[in-house]
Each structure stands twice: as structure tokens, then as C-alpha cells.
Design a protein around this ligand. Structure first.
Ligand SMILES: [Fe+2]
Length: 593
């Protein structure tokens, strides 16, 4: 039984293929098309899934789309008609794009893949989210919480999963949406919506949540876990370009100019921004205001999520929780659930956003529609394409730069450890690439986290990220509790996928300055031997050499580009950046000094 799940036409198109309920392959389209957040039909990702399974389209039993286009279109039209004439532009745009294209998904799938219509099925957006987490979780029974911008009508659901069934108990409907509220502030703070939400989360610890009261003028939380927005402050329901309106601006002032550098007194002025401006103090004070706004929206979002988690616990009596939807990528909120609610265990799979809908749609049909029992647990993220040692060696031979091949793994790891200890920044390209937005040791840039200046070095050489964006640590799962405040760290699935932000233990921030955020937290990846054997051995080797089994890990890409997929992508990133070393399988390429 082969079931292909597809998500597309909003953001982060993806495909995922199940064989008899086991995941064979999954990827976002952007990894192949090289278009960041590619939302188009995931033709390349589908082809990759079929190739990996060694099957053709004719072998697919079902193709499942992750949402219902007609219901979504109904929501867009209904909403637009309620606010006519303000919405005439949205209405016109919707009519054009939906009637010409998006509405006819069945036809598009039929044309693109050549699948007969009776094999094409549709799930619902939040059911796909719910299925994408519960049905590949380790839990036989759990509460399920999905929170995002919007699907068809739902923007958040609270549900219950047991065996191969999922029941959604309660939903919050558009326009009331935590995801869209967070996105409104993402835009206000000068970042791109659906891309810059991480930046708001990273900026928040530089601020104080001074404006929580003001944010609560925009959203009201109810005792049953639900919430509603005060629509006087928003215009996303009748505008396709603007999320907030003049009343929002009266409350929060001028939006932050996207072209401004962000820095505060605490962050200082990083050297890669150039010369420190003479009016640094005045600019830092201005930025401080926006950091305070970021802290405020982050705190309110966390409180809304905690309120839903507590309510779901009361309702179901269950202390295991599966999370999905874009808001489930808010790793600060996720960790607070464990610390501050009666929920004892949380599961999130790495592609918790809309890309993960492809996986959820396929799982939903296999288990809930066809009634097949569950057996698949997603315990790692390595579902992308891999390149054989032969392919990697051929590439290295033709790359035009000197390289060394290591026949013995120990020698390769010793060489990499030596590079890191020398303060070099290395590209690490191994095995199948990761599912979801995080690099987890298959397509990572790695460095020594013990150096005070390493954050600045990685930014200077490759990333050019805003100074408020922290780099993450990869730590041996068995050593995680030595450095991070996460009891039983090895048991927490979200920690495998960098989906918890936790405190760095007292005194360890000084040991790991490059990965410790300004508020003494870190977004750790607990690395398990069984799922990431080579990466685990590398960190272990680094630990033996330095006494600290932790490596700085950031995604292997240039700013604004998707994470690298092929050896050629990796080599390009290596060539045009100032990365020192590239490790492709067992080949090490080093730039001439
Ligand atoms: Fe979603």
C-alpha cells in the first residue's frame, strides 16, 4: 500500500510517501527547486519520494491533498463578502487565483502526476496537522493541539487521539488566530511574514514584556482554552498585503523599518554591520522599544498556548500532548508546556508547519480512513535524499580544490575535531537531509561553541544574521542534562528536533558562550546514537578532545537560501562564503589559506 501526501499552494509545499504505514521519504519542495518557501506543486519532491521507494505513479494507491480547497475558498469568499467594499481587491485576487488555479487541485494532481481521479483524496488542514503529530508519536493515547495561521476555517483545534482514531473536540475559527496575530507583529517588527517569526522569538529575550496589556487589547483568552481577536486592529481579513491597521499603529506606534539594523545596548554593534554609528545610543534605545514589543507578543503567545494546553488536560485528563501547526515551532512556548502545565510529555515532529501537512494527510488516510493499525514512530528527521560515497567522491574529484579522502571513520572525525578546535567553521554534509526547517547534523554548519567570539565568526564568515539570533547546540543526549535544564533530556522528542528552548545550567553559559542566548537559554538538539550515529560519534570525539560534548550547529545555507541539498549546493555555499572547511561524506575540502 503506497500513499503519497501532498501540501502546497500556501507556503512550504512538500511531499511524503508512506509504504504500508511506514514513512519512506519526505521533503519540502524548496530543497529541490532551490526557491525558499516554494509553495508551488511539489513535483520534484514527489519524484524524489517515488525514486526513493523505487516505484512509479502507477504504484500509488492514493494521493492525498492536505486540505479542502473548496472549503478554504468558501472561507475566503465569505470573509471577503462580509467586509465589502473594503475587500474588493482581496475578492478580485481570490477570484482570479482560485478560480483559475488553486480550486482545481484534483485536476492539477491528475495533470501533474497522471493519477486517476478516484485515487485522489482530500484531508482537512487541521486534521492533517493533528495526524502529522499524533499518528507518528510514541503515544497510544494523547491530547492533540494544533495552532497555526489558518487552514480552511480553523486556526486552532483541541483534540484527542487514541490508537488509529483522531477526534477534534473544539476549534477556533478564522479570523481569530494566534498565528496571524504573531504574524502581524512579525510584519510590524520589520520581518517577512512566514519567515521572520523566528526572529521575533530570538529578539524577545532582548526586551522586557512591557506591553503585554496592550497586546491583550488585541486578543482575549477564554477559560475553555479558546481565544478571540479584536478585529478593530487588523485588516488581514480584507487585505492581501497588510495585516494590521491604523488603530494598531495608534497603539504601538511606527512599525520598525525593515532596513534598519537591529541592536541594543546589550547586543552591542556587531563588526559585520560596519562602523559603529555615532548616534548608537539613540538608535539602540529605538530598537529597545521593538525588542520590548517582541517580548510582549511572545509572552502573550506563550500564555495562550499554555491556556490551551491546560484546558485540554482538564478536558481529556491526559498528560501526553501532541502539537502541530506553525505555532508548534515556537520552541520557547513548547518547553513552557512541560515546565508549567500538568502535561508531562510532548511530541512534535520536525516539520510541524504546513509542510508536515503532507505527512499528516497520508497518515490520516492510512490509519483513520482505512483503519490500519499504527506502527510508525518518527524518532529522527532524516527523510531526505542522500548521496552515495561514490557520488560524493566523484564530485570532490571534479571540484577543482584540493581535498583529502579518509578511509577510516576515526581519522575523518579526528580531522574534523582538529578543524573545530582550531576555530574553523565547517560545512558538514552527511547522509539523508532533514525533514522540516531545522538542520540536525545532516546538512549543518558546525563550529566550536566554547569560544566567546564564535557567534561573531560564524556570522562574519557565512550567516550575516542579526545579532539577536542565537546559534543552537547539538549535545550528546546522554550528556544534555550536564549543560541544560531539561530533566530526563534523552526522553524528550522535541529536544531531538530543536523544538525546546531551555535554560543553560548555572555556570555552563561561560563554558558554552557561542550557543547561550542573552537570557541564558539555548535551543538544544539532543543527539541520539541510534538515530544519528555518525553525528553522535563526532560530538563524542569532540567531547573526548575538549571535555565538552557539544557542537555549535546552524543550518547549512546562505542567508535567504534553502538549506543545501546536493554536494554541488554545499560546495557552492562553501565557495562563496568564508567557510574554512567542507566535509562531504568522507572527503574533507579545505580552502587554501
Ligand atoms: Fe497550517
Amino acid at each position: 500500500m503506497h500513499i503519497l501526501g501532498i501540501s502546497c499552494f500556501y507556503h512550504d509545499a512538500a511531499a511524503a510517501l508512506l509504504r504500508d504505514g511506514e514513512l519512506v521519504a519526505a521533503s519540502e519542495e524548496e530543497r529541490f527547486s532551490r526557491k525558499k518557501h516554494d509553495s508551488g506543486f511539489p513535483k520534484l519532491a514527489v519524484q524524489y519520494c517515488l525514486d526513493t521507494a523505487g516505484i512509479s505513479v502507477g504504484d500509488l494507491d492514493y494521493v492525498v491533498f492536505y486540505e479542502k480547497p473548496f472549503v478554504k475558498f468558501e472561507r475566503i469568499l465569505t470573509t471577503a463578502l462580509q467586509v465589502v467594499p473594503k475587500s474588493w481587491k482581496v475578492f478580485g485576487d481570490a477570484m482570479t487565483t482560485w478560480l483559475l488555479d488553486k480550486l482545481w487541485v484534483k485536476n492539477i494532481i491528475r495533470q501533474e502526476l497522471g493519477v486517476s481521479p478516484e485515487r485522489i483524496l482530500f484531508s482537512e488542514h487541521h486534521l492533517s496537522h493533528a495526524a502529522s503529530t499524533f499518528l507518528c508519536s510514541p503515544f497510544e493515547e494523547a491530547a492533540i493541539l494544533t495552532i497555526d495561521g489558518v487552514g480552511e476555517w480553523a486556526t486552532a483545534t483541541m483534540g484527542h487521539g487514541k490508537g488509529n482514531t483522531i477526534k477534534l473536540l473544539q476549534e477556533v475559527r478564522f479570523p481569530h488566530s494566534v498565528g496571524l496575530l504573531y504574524s502581524a507583529f512579525t510584519a510590524f517588527l520589520g520581518f517577512e511574514v512566514n519567515e521572520g517569526e523566528y526572529k521575533v522569538m530570538g529578539m524577545a529575550p532582548y526586551g522586557e514584556p512591557r506591553y503585554v496589556d496592550k497586546v491583550y487589547k488585541l486578543i482575549h483568552a477564554d477559560a475553555d482554552g479558546s481565544f478571540s481577536l479584536n478585529m478593530d486592529y487588523f485588516c488581514f481579513h480584507h487585505s492581501s498585503t497588510q495585516t494590521y491597521n491604523h488603530k494598531f499603529l495608534e497603539l504601538f506606534g511606527e512599525p520598525r523599518n525593515p532596513d534598519w539594523y537591529f541592536f541594543t545596548e546589550v547586543s552591542g554593534y556587531p563588526s559585520y554591520f560596519g562602523d559603529k554609528p555615532s548616534n548608537f545610543n539613540a538608535l539602540a534605545a529605538k530598537n529597545q522599544y521593538y525588542a520590548d514589543v517582541a517580548a510582549s507578543i511572545q509572552q502573550v503567545t506563550e500564555e495562550i498556548v499554555l491556556n490551551m494546553a491546560r484546558s485540554l488536560h482538564r478536558e481529556t485528563g491526559l498528560d501526553k500532548l501532541c502539537l502541530a501547526g506553525g505555532v508548534a515551532l515556537n520552541s520557547v512556548a513548547n518547553a513552557r508546556i512541560i515546565r508549567e502545565t500538568p502535561i508531562k510529555e510532548v511530541y512534535v515532529q520536525p516539520a510541524a508547519g504546513d509542510g508536515g501537512g503532507a505527512l499528516g494527510a497520508a497518515l490520516y488516510v492510512h490509519h483513520c480512513a482505512l483503519g490500519k493499525p499504527r506502527q510508525f514512530l518518527m524518532s529522527h528527521a532524516y527523510w531526505g535524499k542522500e548521496f552515495s560515497q561514490g557520488e560524493v567522491n566523484d564530485f570532490a574529484r571534479g571540484c577543482g580544490m584540493p581535498y583529502q579522502t579518509y578511509a577510516r571513520e576515526e581519522d575523518l572525525l579526528d580531522r574534523v575535531v582538529e578543524e573545530l578546535r582550531a576555530g574553523h567553521v565547517a560545512g558538514w554534509f552527511q547522509g539523508r537531509f532533514e525533514w522540516g526547517p531545522r538542520a540536525l547534523g545532516a546538512r549543518s554548519i558546525i563550529a566550536d561553541p566554547r569560544r566567546d567570539d564564535m557567534k561573531e565568526i560564524v556570522n562574519l564568515k557565512i550567516k550575516f544574521r542579526e545579532p539577536f539570533r542565537p546559534f543552537a547546540p547539538s549535545v550528546l543526549a546522554e550528556a544534555a542534562e550536564r549543560y541544560f535544564d531539561l530533566p530526563n533530556a534523552a526522553q524528550h522528542y522535541p529536544a531531538r528536533f530543536m523544538l525546546y528552548v531551555v535554560d543553560v545550567k548555572d555556570g555552563q553559559g561561560a563554558v558554552l558562550p557561542a550557543i547561550t542566548h542573552v537570557d541564558n537559554t539555548a535551543r538544544l538538539q539532543a543527539v541520539h546514537q541510534a538515530e544519528s550515529p555518525l553525528y553522535h560519534r563526532l560530538i563524542d570525539r569532540f567531547g573526548q578532545a575538549t571535555g565538552v560534548p557539544v557542537i555549535l550547529n546552524t543550518s547549512f545555507n546562505l542567508k535567504g537560501e534553502p538549506i543545501v541539498t546536493t554536494p554541488a549546493n554545499a560546495f557552492h555555499t562553501f565557495s562563496v562564503s568564508e567557510m574554512d572547511t567542507l566535509v562531504l561524506g568522507n572527503c574533507v575540502i579545505r580552502k587554501p589559506s
